[in-house]
Design a protein around this ligand. Structure first.
Ligand code: FNR
Length: 364
């Protein structure tokens, strides 16, 4: 479908599911086991209602925010996602360039299809974040951190910790099984991983499952960048991240791609508000998972988040190159401004952590 016919973020995922290669779509759209967390993420945002205020002169609204020292047009960052080239030839270069054109930041993945230099060059004057999977061969991660020290565009390290092992992704596996059958029928050797691999399992086996909280100090020894723990799913671990001297956290369950039945990220954010409100002041709290509307962004900010990651819709927008990424961001920006005006919020920074705009009764 033409780009101009895509009018919301879901449309980007639907278009790619219809027209993209089957294997790439299985990798991008799928999640763990029964997809319970995938679906819970999205439906939780839909169950949180506003408490709109009226008559506040909403002619001009300010969506600007700062995150890890970067000035952004709106508090949205593009999630780190592996091998974006499977969606479109420009891959992460489209994400970088599209982010820059939209005044937002892309967090590059350890498993990106392009090298760091190429991605940075796609937006030479824009900041980036870098996502780290700690490698079983620690010297490789150390070398990467060393290299990043010289890349002035990189402003924060997102250490992803919610995927000690790659989970079971059945959509991936089914395609793999079908392929194996046809390979078998054609008389070639059957090389399938008995556990049922798929793209995710085969690309994730290098991740170090011995990682522990002491390793924050190890990262700190090799990098001066802000350390952000991506994958926090409880108040206890948010407190731990603060205690270990991290500069931020991302409340995330990997978009439902890690532990199935992990709670919706919105519910985790609410747990943090209740059990460790201090973390919102002492470090940057971000959230991702199922955010599909500008109004979801507004909700996250009112709950105290400083930024919101959006994943799959941006990955799917790469099918339309940089223009697709820009269009996806423009839709979010427009929806965010509209939601703010209709809710009586003129300045997003001032509304951060202001629960008076929310009505959580449906969730309680
Ligand atoms: C991911 N995610 C991810 N996270 C990470 O830290 N490193 C990575 O390499 C990847 N790779 C990846 C690939 C694909 C195709 C997807 C969809 C996701 C998780 C991602 O950063 C983010 O947490 C979720 O995608 C957010 O959920 P939504 O917005 O996709 O619902």
């Amino acid at each position: 479908p033409p780009l101009s016919s895509l009018i919301n973020l879901d449309d980007f995922e639907i278009a790619f599911a219809k027209s993209g290669p089957r294997k790439a779509n299985a990798y991008v759209s799928s999640a763990s086991n029964d997809l319970l967390t995938l679906n819970a993420n999205k439906s939780a945002w839909q169950k949180l209602w506003f408490r709109p205020r009226i008559m506040r002169n909403v002619a001009s609204v300010n969506t600007k925010m700062t995150m890890f020292g970067c000035n952004v047009a709106m508090p949205v960052w593009i999630c780190p996602m592996g091998i974006a080239k499977t969606v479109g030839p420009e891959g992460e270069k489209a994400l970088g360039a599209g982010a820059a054109a939209s005044g937002i930041v892309h967090c590059m993945s350890t498993t990106a299809s392009y090298g760091i230099e190429d991605i940075l060059a796609s937006a030479p004057s824009n900041p980036f974040f870098y996502q780290v999977y700690v490698d079983k061969q620690r010297h490789k991660t150390e070398a990467m951190l060393q290299k990043l020290a010289n890349e002035k565009q990189v402003k924060a390290l997102f250490i992803t910790v919610d995927l000690a092992v790659v989970s079971k992704r059945e959509a991936d596996e089914r395609i793999r099984t079908q392929e194996t059958t046809s390979v078998y029928q054609s008389g070639e050797k059957n090389k399938i991983d008995k556990k049922g691999g798929g793209l995710a399992r085969t690309t994730g086996s290098f991740i170090d499952w011995t990682l522990s909280w002491e390793d924050v100090a190890w990262v700190r020894k090799h990098s001066r960048l802000p350390i952000v723990i991506k994958g926090v799913q409880s108040a206890a671990d948010a407190k731990m991240a603060l205690k270990m001297g991290c500069q931020g956290i991302v409340v995330s369950n990997h978009g439902g791609r890690a532990l199935d039945n992990a709670p919706a990220t919105l519910l985790i954010l609410m747990e943090l508000r209740r059990d460790c409100p201090e973390v919102f002041e002492k470090m940057e709290v971000h959230v991702d998972g199922g955010v599909r509307r500008g109004s979801d962004v507004l909700k996250a900010i009112c709950l105290g988040a400083r930024g919101v990651g959006v994943g799959r819709p941006f990955q799917c927008s790469v099918a339309y190159d940089t223009e697709g990424v820009e269009s996806c961001a423009a839709i979010l920006q427009d929806e965010l401004e509209t939601a703010m005006r209709l809710c009586g919020v003129t300045d997003l920074e001032k509304a951060r952590g202001d629960l008076s705009y929310l009505n959580t009764s449906e969730l309680e």
